[in-house]
Design a protein around this ligand. Structure first.
Ligand code: SAH
Ligand code: SF4
Ligand code: F3S
Length: 465
């Protein structure tokens, strides 16, 4: 689920006692951690007098929360900045001002280079300094261009305002909660350790307090986020060092919280306690995103994943023994430097052996500054294309088989929002599938038992059981 392009979806019409409030338009790229960060920046800006708008044309401040994971993702930002520059020029001609900000992983990776390439940009702010956003904006309004990409020494989460109840309600009955940030694993293809910094876990009390606020506002399902979420650890109220498994048990005690998920996890950090949580904790949904990236031990080694294909398979076996109905999803990279046809066949093989309910797969994209980019044996683009196509065909087959296997089954569904068609609502199965039901089946936030009657390409139709 990483690396999706997501646009912020919540509307806000806050006015400021008749005076026109300043408005911010936030566009979010990349992973769920960016979605969460965008919400927290919106919260920080609300405290600074900015209402959120869904239209760039309407905004006084446009903030792009960017992703640097693959070349295409980063280049997208520059073409978007070109369009916004034109809007800024139109505004200036009409005598009003549009500020442009770049946040996220491109901001961290490229810093001041962004302003050199796109001089219309007023501010560049890295992921570890979002709590300084109001201060940065004040400096921008004072006539400066600001680049703020230090790794802050203070804990940004402690300084960011907590989400307001009204905002949480608007965002819906499911919510993200970042518990861990950064990464020390240094896979040789990956920019994250450079853009997000080293691994930091938020303290238990802070996480519990935020989860309680979410629950009080009506949130039923929380997805804990981290670049390496299962590396999370922290001192519990009992004075012991807790891992993610313990934390999940604690969060499950919060009244109103009916479902927990977490993403993204690394195979090396799946400890016994976390596997036991999948066995014993009903609230923990039977769906796990556990990327393996490749099936060849040689490539896994070159990627510095620090585990072998066989170890991953054994781990899956243990997880399935603990929670037989668990569904797996994964991430895959094809065409890493040195990947031969035989190595690629190993990836196809591991996919067949595991059987994924869903997956993301990518062509290797050399990232400046990462060891992979310097390696010999870069794979031709056309070969990458062919491999990706074969892999995706297999993954889509598996996903469809999984979806179709739901027909006739009965399952709890969390009603999330109105459907596209009148009279319908969309819920979510334990396995993250959208479930379409009649609106009479239940209200938003209800968890109802449904029987699946039909499987579409990407969603299920159901009737109350
Ligand atoms: N922390 C997660 C991954 C975060 S990045 C993990 O360790 O699994 C999300 C996904 O983007 C990765 O799983 C990987 O499949 C993909 N990715 C990362 N860097 C990439 C690159 N240079 N080229 C292609 N895909 C990449
Ligand atoms: Fe990137 Fe590897 Fe860290 Fe995941 S574990 S964020 S792929 S360096
Ligand atoms: Fe992209 Fe940064 Fe997330 S590079 S995938 S937005 S951590």
């Amino acid at each position: 689920m990483d690396a999706l392009t997501t646009e912020q979806a919540s509307d806000c019409a806050a006015t400021d006692g008749g005076q026109r409030a300043k408005k911010v338009f936030v566009k979010t790229y990349g992973c769920q951690m960016n979605v969460y960060d965008s919400q927290r920046m919106t919260d920080a800006l609300a405290a600074d007098g900015y209402a959120e708008t869904q239209s760039m044309e309407d905004a006084d401040l446009v903030l792009l929360n960017t992703c640097h994971i693959r070349e295409k993702a980063a280049e997208k930002i520059y073409s978007e900045l070109g369009r916004i520059r034109d809007l800024k020029a139109e505004r200036a001609a009409a005598g009003s001002e549009l500020l442009i900000g770049v946040a996220g992983c491109v901001a961290q990776a490229e810093g001041g280079e962004i302003i050199r390439r796109a001089p219309a940009v007023d501010l560049v702010i890295g992921p570890q300094t979002y709590h300084r956003l109001p201060d940065v904006l004040a400096r921008v309004r004072g006539g400066n261009r600001v680049v703020e990409t230090d790794y802050a020494v203070e804990d940004k989460f402690e300084h960011l305002p907590a989400p307001k109840k009204a905002e949480v309600i608007k965002r819906g009955v499911t919510a993200f909660l970042t518990v861990q940030e950064g990464c020390d694993k240094f896979c040789t293809f990956c920019v994250v350790p450079y853009t997000r910094g080293s691994e930091v876990s938020r303290p238990v009390a802070q996480i519990v307090a935020e989860a309680e606020r979410l629950a009080e506002a009506g949130v039923r399902e929380i997805t804990l986020l981290g670049q390496n979420v299962n590396a999370w650890h922290g001192e519990g109220p009992d004075g012991n060092d807790w891992g993610l498994g313990r934390l999940l048990f604690r969060l499950a005690e919060i009244p109103g919280i009916a479902r927990l998920r977490y993403t993204t996890s690394h195979p090396r950090d799946m400890d016994d306690e976390l596997i036991a949580a999948h066995r014993d904790l009903e609230t923990l949904m039977p769906y796990l995103h556990l990327p393996v990236q490749a099936g060849s031990d040689r490539i896994l080694k070159a990627m510095n994943r620090r585990h072998k294909a066989g170890e991953y398979l054994k781990l899956i076996e243990r997880i399935r023994a603990a929670r037989p109905d668990i569904a797996l999803s994964g991430d895959f990279i094809v065409g890493f430097p040195g990947e031969t046809d035989a190595d690629f066949e190993d990836t196809m093989k591991i996919v067949r052996e595991v059987g994924y309910a869903s997956a993301f797969s990518f062509k290797y994209s050399p990232r400046p500054g990462t060891p992979g980019a310097e390696m010999d044996g870069h794979v031709a683009e056309q070969v990458k294309d062919e491999r990706l196509q074969r892999l995706q065909t297999l993954l889509v087959e598996q996903q469809q088989a999984f979806t179709v296997s739901m027909v006739g089954r009965t399952m709890p569904t969390l009603i999330e929002k109105p459907g596209r068609q009148a009279g319908q609502r969309v819920g979510r199965s334990p396995w993250l599938q959208p479930v379409i039901v009649d609106e009479k089946a239940g209200g938003i936030g209800d968890i109802i038992e449904v029987r699946i009657t039909e499987a579409g390409y990407n969603s299920l139709h159901a009737v109350p059981a």
